[in-house]
Design a protein around this ligand. Sequence first.
Ligand code: SAH
Length: 420
Amino acid sequence: MNSRDSEHMIAELTEKENYEVIDDFTKADLILINTCSVREKPVHKLFSELGGFNKKKKPSAKIGVCGCTASHLGEEILKRAPYVSFVLGARNVSKITQVLYKDKAVEVDINYDESAFAFKDFRSSPYKGFINISIGCDKSCTFCIVPKTRGDEVSIPLDLILKEASRLVDSGAKEIFLLGQNVNNYGRRFSAEHEKVNFTELLRRLSKIEKLQRIRFTSPHPFHMDDEFIEEFASNPKICKSMHMPLQSGSTKVLKDMKRGYTKEWFLNRVEKLKSIAPEATISTDIIVAFPGESDEDFEDTLDVLRKVKFDQIFSFKYSPRPETEAEHFTNIVDEDVASQRLTQLQSLNNEIIDEKHSSYLGNVYNVYFEELNRDNYIAGRSDNNIVIRVKGSEELLGQFRDVKITEIGRTILTGEIVA
Ligand code: SAH
């Protein structure tokens, strides 16, 4: 989502203000830092990075702090780093060309509605494009700061999404990536009167775009994974067979304390349904260890879900208390050493699972969409089910689909050779 916000700001600046993107910040007239605030670490990093930029930048260069940390710290950023020119919160990025001209502007209104703003176009990849389908988040997960930095959930009108997807495809992209905090809650609220469709219907409409070949999305919420959605996912050939299912915890008790809205059994039931009708699908997840009150047994439940589901990728984090969240006030904090040890244990179990899975891929053939040149004359892309695969090759392969047979196994990337 931040990447897309950055693209939007670049688009506005290059199209309306004649800026261009350069690599060397010491020569830049404007330095934008787009921040996350989901965990505490990036916030600390912001201030150390800011100091570095300020020391080496051109004297006349402006620095703007954007994104979620801008939303939640606001004015305080100017106090702690007075050389910052403006602060522009998430969901206010359409104002980028205005704040340029307002020294010390702080635009962080989380109720600001840019769901129907006609952003100019900038794409960091010609092969695929991100499309926002909603802004904000209506959930009240007790650990999460996002609703406080990105505001309430508002869906982007269907006709805007369809037009954006068609524009992308007309410019040569074959894959779209739909973005939202809870994509499968799409269509619950619009900022004005618009055609109401749900996420499953949105997927159907998008897949009618003829030249569009691949549709990906993140993040769906396990709570909203109804049968209709899973069945469309399985049967629609344009929907890539990789599903992100953010578990957070395998313990029903912890899930309740997190206010996730589902149980361990519901999650496993949804995975079972998915696997039964789309066995080729890969599943990724997010997991938080050491949420306040997480006992050894609770953590064991998380490991149990890992063993049962055998995720293809996990993003795992130690719980980080965040301001303005309910869990910030929870007192049954898990000891730091225990948290570290749980994270290590979780990750090593996951590595075992991945190694075992990947070794069974040897000799398999996948249809790969090539999109990235790597070092040593390798070119990489993804299979429909989101496995990163590289082959020896050159740029003629970029933007092309090829069948690739796997010849070498790695934990994050597989190597193969083109067979068709
Ligand atoms: N709306 C998305 C979450 C986006 S944040 C969803 O529900 O899937 C991405 C991930 O960061 C979350 O899934 C969660 O695993 C992690 N995260 C969020 N808040 C956190 C916190 N306070 N501490 C540690 N990890 C956190």
